[in-house]
Design a protein around this ligand. Structure first.
Ligand SMILES: Nc1ncnc2c1ncn2[C@@H]1O[C@H](COP(=O)(O)OP(=O)(O)OP(=O)(O)O)[C@@H](O)[C@H]1O
Ligand SMILES: [Mg+2]
Length: 284
């Protein structure tokens, strides 16, 4: 990972309300250069709203936000050129082809068109480059929108659910692309509902619930810290026995084994999905 100690962005005690409803409450986190930072949380947790704050589409009620080492209110249009955004409402022109859209985005961003064929190739859209966006499937649109966010080679990208609605092959292509971005030193801020995706791609992540960050860290330690640690033993005549992986389980387990009651022993391998459900008490 190509990180240095300089944060690309950070929030300190950021809160935001819509009317009487507090949507974000005291968010504090830092994203380092070159890091892939995952922002996870149930629907309505405030993920998209956080991206809107970080891209100045909204202003916080309280707290401080820093982007490229400066307070966000002091950032300029040249800082905007260093950022790419894939929002949850894609902004492609329906009446233009995929390629025409990318050319337009390159022009808006003051870039040439040379990178476009390679970008199209990378997400499997080269053969569909002249297809009008209105005739694209959801997955094609999503990949085209991702390319539109990357056409000016930004150093920081905000990706709001970049793989939602994609089939497994297209999803894998996007993952490959994200890994390439990481190798190139691009900082990625990504929201997703896919815990396996977050576990495999993100260097660090935050879990947001009802506007609060309830867990923050690297996927593996965070999973270990919050895992349930269960052993489930199926017995012949006493049904299922649940034990916690600790010293107290040793006696119970020995007795069960000695009695010849044990049919199967299942140990929960902690994963991020389980931790997410445990912490948020909600479905993905
Ligand atoms: N412009 C707005 N006016 C009023 N309430 C809003 C507005 N935008 C978002 N909200 C509310 O803020 C909360 C957080 O919404 P947000 O879109 O950030 O959630 P999310 O985590 O991105 O959810 P999802 O996973 O479904 O995309 C929700 O309760 C939503 O209804
Ligand atoms: Mg959202």
């Amino acid at each position: 990972m190509n990180t240095t100690s300089s944060p690309v962005l950070s929030m300190e005690g950021v809160s935001l309300s819509f009317g009487a409803k507090r949507v974000l409450d005291g968010l504090t986190f830092t994203v380092q250069r070159g890091e892939c930072f995952g922002f996870l949380g149930p629907s309505g947790a405030g993920k998209t709203t956080t991206i809107k704050l970080l891209t100045r589409q909204l202003t916080a009620d309280t707290g401080r936000i820093f982007l490229f080492g400066r307070p966000i209110e002091h950032t300029s249009s040249s800082d905007y050129d260093r950022i790419g955004i894939l929002s949850d409402t894609s902004a492609l022109y329906d009446r233009l082809s995929i390629e025409e859209n990318l050319r337009l985005y390159a022009k808006i961003r003051g870039r040439g068109e040379r990178a476009i064929p390679a970008l199209l190739e990378r997400v499997g859209l080269a053969d569909d480059r002249v297809t009008l966006v209105k005739a694209c499937s959801k997955g094609m649109r999503q990949r085209a929108a991702l390319l539109a966010a990357l056409v000016h080679a930004p150093e920081l990208v905000f990706l709001d659910e970049p793989t939602s609605g994609l089939d497994p092959a297209a999803r894998a292509e996007v993952h490959r692309m994200l890994r390439e971005l990481k190798r190139a030193g691009t900082t990625v801020f990504i929201t997703t509902h896919d815990m396996a995706e977050a576990e495999s791609i993100c260097d660090r992540l935050a879990i947001l619930n009802e506007g609060h960050i309830i867990a923050l860290g690297s996927p593996a330690p965070l999973t270990m810290e919050h895992a349930r640690n269960r052993i489930v033993v199926a017995t012949r005549t006493h049904g299922t026995v649940e034990l916690t992986k600790d010293a107290r389980a040793a006696d119970a387990m020995r007795d069960l084994l000695a009695s010849g009651e044990v049919v199967s022993i299942h140990s929960d391998e902690p994963d991020l999905e389980e931790v997410f459900l445990e912490l948020t008490g909600r479905e993905l």
